[in-house]
Design a protein around this ligand. Structure first.
Ligand code: HAM
Length: 433
């Protein structure tokens, strides 16, 4: 075979055992962090009375086109379309629109006013992979749907986001806040913003030139040096809020002051999704310049998604789990490992091996974690593994023990052994552990 052809064949074959670009495996060594983030999220959800919801990974593209917005990066260039049948389906890029879709579809308003829902799961965005940016990432999200558009709920959502991060023992957390107004005050502000930027159109980056028409608020979000310089003199939403938006935002800040939650007002915070109104929030770690999470109020999303006039006040946030874990590692905050096994079952001979599984089940019923290496036959090999696992006790179960209906308990620290009748072994272990 010619060398070139051979090389490309080899390359193709080696790609078969490589994950696709921008997605990755979460290997066992990573799992203690994931476990900790999931467990703390559940504890927080439980405490604040949020109900778990799982929505499908596949959704109709239109849900996000209407909800997240046609002019957003997510919808414009990052959605993964799934080719199968006639439906225009995508892998969900975010969890808020699906949660709200499920709320409307199943009439979840009957669960209470408001309904509090939380989720964890994969989101997919076709982004350029880089540090902290993946094509599959995971979020934990909290959404408060229905009820009144009370600023109390905005404050509660912000508080819960911060408490979750604090419970993971993350330090130097920063909450950035802004209000981006409503249907009344945003359009005239947007016009002012566009008028301002039109004067400097020649200096804007390629993306911002497009944003002037498609999504002018995002001009304030651009990281390009020239655009950042222009931003300093741009009009800000805070100066143009209508009285009810101003009062609402004042209310949010007062509630946050009440719980002495410190925040930074950031007049340039606009968020990358269209569905927000009024309060927007992002969570940062001081020394890590990427958002751990974000959210805000989205009172119009119900209407955008259903196409009907619906009065559905809503507010929520979600946190990027990869980014949280990155921050935990950066700050040397540990994960939560698997519970440490304390007992190792050693079996010798075919009869003992046959009975080993049911013996393990007895321990499971008593909630005593027992590990084993059933594939191995030799006593020495199994003892070595028990030693490596650092267990306190080993159970020796051989031909003779099966015959006599006993088990030997071996103390791994001092090597002492005791023979115990099989029917008493669980109680004896309970006593010793
Ligand atoms: P988002 O800001 O697009 O908001 O995403 C939330 C968080 O997910 C981000 O702050 C970031 O930590 C993480 N994230 C986003 N994209 C990536 C990526 N490509 N790789 C790694 N992490 C990423 C939302 O999705 C809204 N649904 C949040 C919300 C909930 N608003 C109201 N409720």
């Amino acid at each position: 075979m010619p060398r070139k052809k051979k090389d490309s064949k080899e390359k193709k074959e080696s790609q078969l055992i490589q994950s696709a670009k921008g997605v990755r495996d979460l290997l066992p060594e990573e799992q203690p962090w994931w476990r900790r983030v999931r467990e703390v999220s559940e504890e927080i959800a439980d405490f604040y009375n949020f109900h778990r919801i799982d929505t499908p990974i596949l959704e109709r593209a239109e849900l996000f086109e209407r909800g997240v917005g046609a002019g957003t990066d997510i919808v414009e260039k990052e959605m993964y379309f799934v080719k199968a049948g006639k439906d225009r389906l995508v892998l969900r890029p975010e969890g808020t629109a699906p949660t709200l879709r499920a709320y409307l579809e199943h009439g979840l308003s009957s669960m209470g006013q408001p309904v509090k829902l939380y989720y964890t799961g994969s989101m997919f965005r076709h982004e350029q992979p880089q540090a902290g940016r993946y094509r599959e990432h995971h979020q934990v999200g909290f959404e408060i749907l229905g009820g009144e558009p009370d600023p109390l709920y905005d404050a509660q959502a912000i508080l819960i986001g911060l408490r979750l991060l604090e419970s993971l023992r993350l330090k130097k957390l920063v909450v950035r806040l802004n209000s981006i107004g409503c249907r009344t005050c945003r359009p005239p502000y947007r016009k002012k913003l566009v008028d301002y930027y039109r004067r400097f159109e020649g200096k804007l980056c390629k993306d911002c030139k497009r944003r002037i028409n498609a999504n002018p608020l995002r001009l304030l979000d651009c990281k390009n040096e020239d655009c950042v310089a222009l931003k300093a003199r741009a009009p800000i939403m805070m100066d143009h809020l209508c009285s009810s938006c101003r009062n609402h935002f004042k209310g949010v800040l007062e509630y946050l002051d009440e719980v002495t939650l410190s925040y930074t007002l950031d007049p340039y915070l606009v968020r990358g999704l269209d569905y927000y109104n009024r309060t927007v929030v992002e969570f940062y770690v001081e020394d890590l310049n990427i958002a751990l999470g974000g959210g805000g109020r989205y009172d119009y999303l119900g209407e955008l998604v259903s196409g009907r006039r619906t009065d559905l006040p809503a507010v929520g946030f979600s946190l990027g789990m990869e980014r949280i874990i990155e921050a935990m590692k950066g700050q040397a905050v540990g994960g939560r490992g698997r519970s440490k096994p304390r007992v190792f079952l050693i079996q010798i001979g075919a009869e003992a091996k046959r009975k080993a599984l049911s013996l393990i089940e007895k321990f499971r019923e008593a909630n005593i974690k027992v590990i084993e290496s059933l594939g191995r036959g030799s006593l020495k090999a199994q003892l070595r593994i028990a030693d490596r696992e650092g267990v306190d006790l080993a159970l020796l179960f051989g031909q003779r023990e099966v015959f006599e209906g006993t088990v030997i308990i071996r103390d791994m620290k001092n090597g002492s052994q005791e023979t115990v009748p099989l029917e008493k072994i669980v109680d004896e272990m309970k006593r010793r552990l």
